[in-house]
Write a protein that binds this ligand. Structure first.
Ligand code: NAI
Ligand code: MG
Length: 498
């Protein structure tokens, strides 16, 4: 592992963007919080304050929901044709692409992730999600339904209509991608939105809001209210004027959202935690499976809901794989994400660092053995060593709970038949992977694993066309693909006597 600290030139636009307090976007205007309050967002590579941001609360959420309601019911948005909505979405994707460098730097400074990844993953993914959903705007169709009712002759058909005003609460691990996963399908369907970014990482969502206005979306179609979860987030989840709430984050808060939604029985979709099994069989191509499994857990410093955090390896290749994955950690260049040669950045926050360190302590106390890593790096910024744990038991917290850091538990298995049971021994069911050269075995495993995604001989492959979401306590509903449109539309049956 190499560490880098070389100074880096920051884009002058980004410097200017950070230099003054950022307002929220309500009804097409950039406004301060009603309370006048602001909060600080930090650079996790240094722990220093990065920018001041308007702190939204109940009063601001009320205004944003009212603006979204008004633009849903009157004004240009409901009058627009599907093609016009599609054009706007595509125009926005072009603007995001044109501002790639600046968005990538903002994302890296706010979240900590390596600029290398912000440039090739985060911003381009946002571009492609808006483009994919732009195409759907003109393809949201109902069906005609032949009726057998004896009372007469009927023409019956279904319409798919926008669900209405949508509240969207997103996390800090992929701030711009999460904003685009939420906004793009909702807008394609004709909804209006109130988006609450995570308090740790509000900056790219606020910049996206400016680009949304620049693209020409009517005022109030997208409102962006930064603020804390317990205040702004809770107000949005409980709001009687919101027709649907979409959330990505912890399973714990997912439960609170589901409860808060019962007041007006708003529709709910949840994308929550994971403890994904990553299974390597003896016949896997280890040249691919080893670096693939290292990236499965260490990508984004392990702060990804799909992280391959439980590595199951056939006993005949266990030592080789563990040594290989531990060896991969030596290749990382760790440092501030803004340095272009960094490929492992800090964790997002002091809280996340102490959460992950707490899991490392608990692992050691419960008897796990650390093969590599296991400690904080330095005392500036929130850096942590990529870590491989062995000698773990199924009851240990490091095996059962989502760590959301670069920590993998490696577990040997003996019989290929037993591994599906181990893989499914979790409250979660978000993602999984199997590595094998035997295609029958791969697809048998794909059928047995209770998870929303199974990767075969690959990991963390996402696509705007591929539905994504969780079984069990990993959530409700599927985002991406055609499935995402179901979250943002209602079906209406129309029946005419003819
Ligand atoms: P969190 O679930 O508290 O935060 C996610 C979002 O929910 C943020 O926008 C936050 O402001 C909002 N929120 C928090 N409390 C809320 C409430 N009562 N009502 C409405 N909105 C609320 O996640 P946190 O605390 O940042 O991270 C804790 C753990 O959650 C992580 O260690 C990780 O295990 C998991 N997590 C999972 C994510 C995923 O992608 N599935 C993303 C982020 C965290
Ligand atoms: Mg929280």
């Amino acid at each position: 592992m190499v560490t880098t600290t070389a100074p880096v030139q920051i884009d002058p636009f980004v410097q200017k963007f950070l230099s003054r307090p950022r307002g929220m976007l309500i009804g097409g205007e950039c406004v301060d919080a009603q309370s006048g309050k602001t909060f600080e967002t930090y650079n996790p590579a240094t722990g220093e304050v990065l920018a001041q941001v308007a702190e939204g609360d109940t009063a601001d959420i009320d205004l944003a929901v009212a603006a979204a309601r008004k633009s849903f019911e009157t004004g240009p948005w409901p009058e627009m044709s599907p093609a016009q909505r599609g054009h706007l979405l595509w125009k926005l994707s072009d603007l995001i692409a044109a501002h790639l460098e600046e968005l990538a730097e903002l994302e890296t400074l706010d979240n900590g992730k390596p600029l290398f990844f912000s440039r090739i993953v985060d911003v381009p993914t946002a571009v492609e999600v808006f483009r994919y959903m732009a195409g759907w705007a003109t393809k949201i169709e109902g069906t005609t339904v032949p009726l057998s009712a004896p009372m007469g002759k009927f023409l019956a058909y279904t319409l798919r209509e926008p669900v209405g005003v949508v509240g969207q609460i997103i996390p800090w691990n992929f701030p711009l991608i999460m904003a685009s996963w939420k906004l793009a399908p909702a807008l394609a369907a004709g909804c209006t939105c109130v988006l609450k970014p995570a308090e740790q990482t509000p900056l790219t969502a606020l910049r996206l809001g400016e680009l949304i206005q620049e693209a020409g979306f009517p005022d109030g179609v997208v409102n962006i209210v930064p603020g804390f979860g317990e205040t702004a987030g809770a107000a949005l989840a409980a709001h009687p004027g919101v027709d649907k709430i979409a959330f990505t984050g912890s399973t714990e808060v997912g439960r609170l959202i589901a409860k808060a939604a019962t007041g007006n029985l708003k529709k709910v979709s949840l994308e929550l935690g994971g403890k994904s099994p990553n299974v390597i069989f003896a016949d896997a191509d280890l040249k691919v499976a080893i670096p693939g499994s290292a990236s499965a857990i260490f990508f984004n410093q392990g702060q990804i809901c799909t992280a391959g955090s439980r590595l199951f390896v056939h006993k005949s290749v266990f030592d080789q794989v563990v040594e290989g994955v531990a060896g991969e950690t030596k290749k990382f260049t760790v440092g501030p994400g803004i340095n272009p040669s960094t490929n492992l950045g800090p964790l997002v926050s002091k809280e996340q660092l102490s959460r992950v360190c707490g899991y490392l302590d608990s692992g050691t106390k419960e008897g796990a053995k650390t093969v590599v890593g296991g400690k904080r790096i330095g005392d500036t910024g929130y850096f942590i060593e990529p870590t491989v744990l062995i000698d773990v038991k199924p009851h240990m917290r490091v095996v059962r709970e989502e760590i959301f850091g670069p920590v993998v538990t490696a577990i040997p298995f003996h019989e290929p038949e037993e591994v599906a049971t181990f893989a499914n021994d979790t409250i979660y069911g978000l993602a999984s992977a199997v590595w094998t050269r035997d295609i029958s075995k791969a697809h048998r495993m794909a059928a047995k694993i209770r998870a929303g995604t199974v990767w075969i001989n690959c990991y963390n492959v996402f696509d705007p066309a591929l539905p994504f979401g969780g079984y069990k306590q990993s959530g409700w509903g599927r985002e991406m693909g055609r499935a995402a449109l179901d979250l943002y539309t209602e079906s209406k049956s129309v029946c005419a006597q003819i």
